[in-house]
Design a protein around this ligand. Structure first.
Ligand code: HEM
Length: 242
């Protein structure tokens, strides 16, 4: 949601944040997937991984997918909330713009990284293993196909929004703004996905987390719309005076 002033010099140090974020999520996903794949009885690596992470238990992958899903949700929410705050200029008095922009990109990649972990381990779940197609195609999940399907679509939208950060010059600002605003749809879809497909939604603490993060987003969105209307009114007035 940081489209109001996109031409901001990027700080070199914080753009390396972006690579670190994607890298960390990917590394964690690869490690766990390799851990599960190498679970050959007798191999010393397999024994070590079993000893260290109990990768042979029925619940391990299920715990990991749930934990990674919750972290991915929180990071995605923070990215959306941060974007709304940046474009409403709330943070301008306390933080430099090059940092706020780069941190926004960083959060988007981090959310994608944790989502890769969230869905990658599903393929190695011992109770209900997913095929690659069941993960990539919406609405064919063996478990809650509608709600999981909405998560799949949300992920595609998340990736589209994040990748087009870098394609602004090619696609033009108008298309970029439209695509970027669709991150709100992605957030909404993923919230619905998380609530209705998650085991942990039955916990009061988790439900409180969903409700409070959602309400903060609604508030920031209202403020963003308010500042956008004020800005366009001021512009129109200045145009009339000139
Ligand atoms: C290809 C896309 C996706 C697939 C196939 C998928 C699959 C699933 C499945 C099967 C569950 C149920 C896990 C359980 O037993 O509780 C779940 C829950 C969840 N997913 Fe996803 N998901 C996807 C995308 C996402 C994305 C993009 C996010 C967040 C950014 C996300 C966040 C969550 C959360 C927070 C839960 C609830 C965890 C819990 O309550 O324990 N998912 N997902």
């Amino acid at each position: 949601m940081s489209e109001s002033n996109p031409v901001v010099p990027r700080a070199k140090s914080s753009s390396s944040f972006v690579y670190l974020a994607g890298g960390l999520g990917l590394l964690a996903a690869v490690l766990l997937v390799v851990a599960a794949a190498l679970e050959t009885p007798g191999s010393s690596l397999a024994s070590f991984l079993t000893w260290a992470f109990a990768t042979n238990s029925v619940q391990t992958m299920w715990y990991i997918t749930r934990a990674a899903g919750l972290v991915a949700y929180l990071v995605l929410w923070l990215s959306v909330a941060w974007g709304l705050a940046v474009s409403s200029k709330i943070l301008d008095t306390v933080l430099h713009r090059s940092f706020t922009y780069d941190f926004h990109y960083f959060l988007s990649w981090l959310a994608i990284g944790f989502t890769i972990l969230h869905i990658g381990v599903l393929m190695f779940d011992k109770y209900l293993p997913y095929s690659l197609l069941q993960i990539l195609l919406p609405f064919i999940s063996p478990y809650r196909p509608l709600w999981v399907g909405i998560g799949v679509l949300g992920l595609y939208l998340m990736v589209l929004v994040t990748v087009t950060f870098y394609l602004r010059g090619r696609i033009g600002m108008k298309a970029f703004r439209w695509i970027h605003t669709s991150s709100l749809v992605a957030y909404l879809g993923i919230t619905v996905h998380s609530i209705f497909s998650g085991t942990d939604s039955s916990l009061t603490s988790v439900m409180l987390m969903y409700v409070s993060t959602f309400l903060i987003t609604v508030f920031l969105l209202g403020y963003w719309v308010f500042t956008a209307v004020q800005r366009s009114r001021r512009k129109a007035l200045a145009h009339r005076i000139a």
